[in-house]
Ligand binder design. Structure first.
Ligand SMILES: Nc1ncnc2c1ncn2[C@@H]1O[C@H](COP(=O)(O)OP(=O)(O)OP(=O)(O)O)[C@@H](O)[C@H]1O
Ligand SMILES: [Mg+2]
Length: 255
C-alpha cells in the first residue's frame, strides 16, 4: 500500500482536482484506491457524491480524529466509480484541529487509526490549504507527497514553509517522508509569464517534476459541478488522457 498526501498550503493549486482524478485514473488502471478527504471544505466528498455542500456526514474523518479509537477503515465508503473508495469528511472537521491540539501525541492520531486498510493499493489524501495539525497528522502517516502547483510567477514562495514543515516532520516523526513529485496542475501556455514559470519550476525541481502536465481545461473545471470524475465526464479529452498518464508515472515512481 502506498500512502500519498496531495498537499500545498496555498489555496487553489489543484489539490482536490488532482486527488479525485488521479484516484479515478489509478482505479481505472485496476488499482484499489482510497481517497481520504482531509479538508474541512469537503470538496472531494462533495465531488464523489458523499455529501451535499454544507451538510454533515457521519461517521467521517471528524469522528476518526476526535474519537479515542475509531479506525479510518470504519468510515470508508464505496463511490460510484469502481475500485474507488472514500473516507469522507464535512465542515465539522475544522474543529478537530482544536481537539488534536489538546491531545497528548495529537500529531500521531491518524497514524494510530491506519489499521485494516490492507486491501488498498493506494491511499490518496486531499489536504486543506493549511499547515495545521490535520495536515501534520497526514504528513506523519504518508511516506510520499505530491505537491500540485500552478505555473505562475513565483509559485515557490508558498513551498518554503511546506519544505520546513516536511523537514521537521521527517526529523521528529516520519523519517521516510519524501516528495514523490511536483505537478503542474493547471497550465495554459498562452502567456510568456507562465512559460517562464514552467522553466523556473523545471530548473528548481528537476526530476521531481512529473513529466505529465495537466493543461487548463474547461471540462475539468466543470466536472465537480456534475460530480463526475474527468474520466466519466469527458473521457476523450486531453486532460483525461493526462490524468491516465500521470497515474502511469505515479505507478512507475513507486518501483
Ligand atoms: N486543469 C484545470 N483546468 C481548469 N480548471 C481547473 C484545472 N484544475 C483545477 N481547476 C479548477 O481550479 C480551481 C481550484 O482547483 P482545486 O479545487 O482542485 O484546488 P485546491 O488546491 O484543491 O483548492 P483548495 O486549496 O481550496 O483546496 C477549481 O475551480 C478547479 O475546478
Ligand atoms: Mg481542495
Amino acid at each position: 500500500m502506498r500512502i500519498i498526501a496531495v498537499t500545498n498550503q496555498k489555496g487553489g493549486t489543484t489539490k482536490t482536482t488532482t486527488t479525485v482524478n488521479l484516484g479515478a485514473a489509478l482505479a481505472q488502471a485496476g488499482q484499489q484506491v482510497l481517497v481520504v478527504d482531509a479538508d474541512p471544505q469537503a470538496d472531494a466528498s462533495i465531488w464523489l457524491r458523499q455529501v451535499d455542500k454544507g451538510h454533515a456526514i457521519s461517521p467521517s474523518l471528524y469522528e476518526v480524529l476526535t474519537a479515542d479509537d475509531l479506525p479510518l477503515a470504519d468510515i470508508v465508503r464505496p463511490t460510484t466509480t469502481s475500485n474507488l473508495s472514500i473516507a469522507p469528511c464535512d465542515l465539522r472537521l475544522a474543529s478537530a484541529e482544536l481537539h488534536l491540539l489538546g491531545e497528548m501525541g495529537g500529531e500521531l492520531h491518524l497514524r494510530r487509526a491506519m489499521t485494516g486498510l490492507e486491501r488498498f493499493d493506494y491511499v490518496l489524501v486531499d489536504c486543506a490549504p493549511s499547515l495545521g495539525l490535520i495536515v501534520v497528522n497526514v504528513l506523519c502517516v504518508a511516506p510520499e507527497i505530491i505537491i500540485p502547483l500552478q505555473a505562475e510567477y513565483l509559485p515557490m514562495d508558498a513551498l518554503v514553509a511546506l519544505g520546513e514543515t516536511v523537514a521537521k516532520i521527517r526529523q521528529l516523526f516520519n523519517p521516510a517522508l519524501r516528495v514523490m513529485g511536483v505537478l503542474v496542475g493547471r497550465f495554459s501556455p498562452t502567456s510568456d509569464v507562465r512559460r517562464d514559470s514552467l522553466d523556473a519550476i523545471q530548473a528548481r525541481f528537476g526530476d521531481l517534476m512529473f513529466e505529465t502536465i495537466i493543461g487548463q481545461d474547461v471540462r475539468l473545471e466543470e466536472a465537480p459541478a456534475h460530480r463526475l470524475t474527468i474520466l466519466e465526464h469527458a473521457p476523450a479529452t486531453r486532460s483525461a488522457r493526462q490524468f491516465l498518464a500521470l497515474a502511469q508515472e505515479v505507478m512507475s515512481r513507486g518501483q
